[in-house]
Ligand binder design. Structure first.
Ligand SMILES: Cc1ncc(COP(=O)(O)O)c(C=O)c1O
Length: 408
């Protein structure tokens, strides 16, 4: 077995982060991550050397392109421990993956007698599709509320673990606080009642090990661009039996075996759920990102990002008028810190920080239900990756201090 690489090698791999002079403090990694050279090269190589139509040609270049695409599916399947690559559906994004399950599966599995549950900390992408399907089906949308510290209040949801619940859609890691939810435990309890569980792993992938067999989840979604891969490629994992029950959202080329005048016969998995010309370079880039990550110990990368987040929390909490949200859970999370400064709008902080080269996010983070829990309209958010350093923490704290002086 070859020795794993360390954090120092990780930092060197990202051209935009390593660019000289070093005047970028990129702390918006929960929104999207920077790309390592190997991902950029793999995508360029694909376009230069192996680009052709996927599953649509019988000549060697088309066959090579199809092989590359299917190898990418195998890489993703191995990364998350899926039983077979047929359980991996390539989509445009995690958002599309969730909508595919909501529209293609839940819309004919739920009904007025069934409930779907989400938590209060879900990203809008894992909230709105369920709200819409429940409204259309006359099904109840239950919300798992949070305790004061931001932890899920599972015991306060009386009918959550009951035969009335058809589905629970829950994120493994919050995109606002980085807190890790006890999803494995939730799944065990849910399965005693035959409840299907979808895990939104967007903020977990690349930070903590993902193993769908160990988690025992029914569906899992993630986005390529949040784990050092390209935008425009997302993943839906589903158990074979559930994907077989899932209707395609898109109808068209590549997903059908036989077309008649009135009726047609869909192909098997995974083609049935991937209508249209596949995103070859996107899948290749995602596979390259996963191979890159596999060269490291995820727990070392995670410890580094989390160490920086904890240093930021320590420094921010010492400043008067700064509140860090769910700070205890955030300290145990994946490197995301959400905070506010009394008297300073997060957008103003975002702009001042931006002028100093500190890239943070300010807003509701597509998480308005969670903002309601915190009783704010918006927060500032710094999210760390393994290529960040203590210099980035210093730059963030410096920007916060200047904003305080200007506004507070
Ligand atoms: C937890 C979570 N779920 C879903 C999404 C949606 O991902 P995408 O915009 O890549 O579809 C995001 C994006 O920020 C997220 O953080």
């Amino acid at each position: 077995m070859t020795a794993k690489l360390g954090v120092a090698e990780f930092m060197q791999a990202f051209p935009l982060v390593c660019a000289e002079p070093a005047n970028l403090h990129y702390l918006d990694n929960a929104a999207t991550t920077q790309k390592p050279e190997v991902v950029i090269d793999a995508m360029t190589d694909c376009y230069r050397k192996t680009y052709g139509p996927v599953h649509r040609g019988l000549y060697p270049l088309a066959e090579a392109a199809s092989d590359l695409y299917e190898q990418a599916r195998e890489t993703v399947a191995a990364f998350i421990g899926a039983d077979t690559p047929r359980e991996i559906i390539f989509t445009r994004s995690a958002t599309e993956s969730i909508n595919l399950v909501a529209r293609g599966w839940a819309s004919h599995q739920l009904g007025p007698a069934k409930a779907a549950w989400v938590s209060r900390l879900e990203h809008h992408s894992n909230y709105l599709p369920w709200q819409a399907v429940c409204n259309e089906q006359g099904a109840r949308l239950g919300i798992i509320e949070l305790q004061a510290d931001g932890a899920l209040d599972l015991n306060a949801c009386e009918s959550l673990f009951s035969d009335e619940t058809g589905l629970i859609a829950i994120s493994l890691v919050s995109n606002v606080t980085g807190s890790i939810q006890p999803v494995a435990d939730l799944i065990k309890r849910a399965h005693r009642h035959g409840i299907v569980v979808l895990v939104d792993a967007c903020q977990a992938a690349g930070h903590i090990e993902l193993d769908v067999a160990q988690l025992d989840c029914d569906f899992l979604v993630m986005s390529g661009h949040k784990l050092y891969g390209p935008t425009g490629i997302g993943v839906l994992y589903g158990r074979t039996a559930l994907l077989e029950q899932t209707d395609p959202l898109l109808l068209g080329g590549g997903m059908v075996d036989w077309v008649g005048e009135r009726h047609s016969q869909w192909s098997g998995l995974p083609a049935k759920l991937e209508a249209g010309s596949p995103n070859l370079a996107g899948a290749v880039g995602l596979a390259a990102a996963i191979r890159f990550l596999n060269e490291f110990e995820l727990k070392d990368l995670h410890a580094h990002s989390q160490g920086l987040a904890n240093a930021a929390i320590d420094r921010l909490q010492r400043l008067p008028g700064v509140s860090v949200y769910s700070s205890a859970l955030s300290r145990e999370g994946t490197g995301i810190v959400s905070f506010n400064i009394d008297g300073v709008h997060p957008h103003d902080l975002g702009q001042i920080a931006g002028e100093e080269g500190v890239a943070i996010r300010a807003g509701h983070h597509c998480c308005q239900p969670l903002m309601q829990h915190f009783n704010v309209a918006a927060t500032a958010r710094a999210s760390f990756a393994p290529y960040n350093t203590l210099d980035d923490v210093e730059a963030l704290v410096g920007a916060v201090e200047r904003a305080r002086m200007m506004f507070a």
